[in-house]
Write a protein that binds this ligand. Sequence first.
Ligand code: FSX
Ligand code: SF4
Ligand code: F3S
Length: 388
Amino acid sequence: MLSAPAAAFNDGRPQRPIESRLEMSRRSFLQFCATLATTLGLPKGAEAAMAQAMEAAQRPSVIWLHFQECTGCTESMLRAEHPTLEKLILDVISLDYHETLFAAAGHQVEAARKAAMERHKGKYLLVVEGAIPTRDGGIYCKVGNQTAIELTRECAKDAAAVIAIGSCASWGGMPATDPNPTGAVGVGKILNKPVVTIPGCPPNPYNFLATVVHFLTFGSLPPVDAQGRPLFAYSRLVHENCERRAHYDAGRFALAFGDDGHRKGYCLYKLGCKGPETYANCPTVLFGDAGAGTWPVGCGHPCIGCTEEGVGFSKPIHMLAKVKNVEPPALYPAIHEAQGQGATLGSAAVLAAVAGAAAGAGAMFARNLGKQHAAAEAAAKPAQREDA
Ligand code: FSX
Ligand code: SF4
Ligand code: F3S
């Protein structure tokens, strides 16, 4: 039985089974759904509704605009696996306008955009990539002789929902860096309707996929924070789930790139890591499906706070982060708990799930505690906490 939102998108065309359309086994497809459901922090069983919604012939029309940016958002989507964006485009959404991926150009694609907007009035998704220049009437970015401001307003008017992908579209990002010569702003600044933001430079493609699949499955976008960021992805500091956190707590820091601490995988706080003031799920979701450690800190580079307005592209790279939270979250049970009092590990986990806490955090926490340089540490002299 098709869920109501999925049925609403059904275009009635005969479809092959989704696993053959996505060129993956049934098992892999269901694993993919379970991963997305977990990423969203949804309760057990939600993966079945997601699989059902994706299996149906629902293909929401998507209009994707490009403004001031490097196209890294689209590039990061193209590098996603399970499934790749190409397969997502062909089988899950109907990408009716995308300047980078379209072979056609000029009046032909502008006509395609207008036709899609008319045909799917009130039902299409508008995705905006890149910042919007507002200075001098917005003349610093024009497409088809329309300014980015005009195009965004025109396309947003009849959209079911607006998604700003990347930090540029979310709050200005790199183009808005001081002195911001073009007056670049995020999409929310020029629209009078809610905008879901997926910041990151580039953003994690799974956060975008999970947001779109949530829309497909439930007919609505996921709950967001004050900046419009989905809570499932941006409710925890990078620092809370970082695999180097044990070193931070123990006072073991890299003090220079390539020094002994850096080579041992110590905490990067003193190299300017902004993880303590940046909300994102990078350490738990990782990038590019290339295995463990595939995120900035995992590769040995401090987090620059690319998802956080006022941090990424604003604070100097080597400036020390403002530490927002050094204590374990209050949801963690005490080590010694009297029987029948306080939170148990199980109830904390349930609370975290209900609150939509970043999935996998518990597993990462356990994994991080165990794996870091146990042998090297045993042989090394006792570490001293370094003063800032
Ligand atoms: Fe680039 Fe996107 Fe950064 Fe911006 O991602 S990766 S400059 S967020 O708009 O293309
Ligand atoms: Fe990880 Fe950075 Fe926090 Fe250190 S300061 S634990 S490297 S997020
Ligand atoms: Fe950006 Fe920091 Fe994640 S730099 S990609 S928020 S680790």
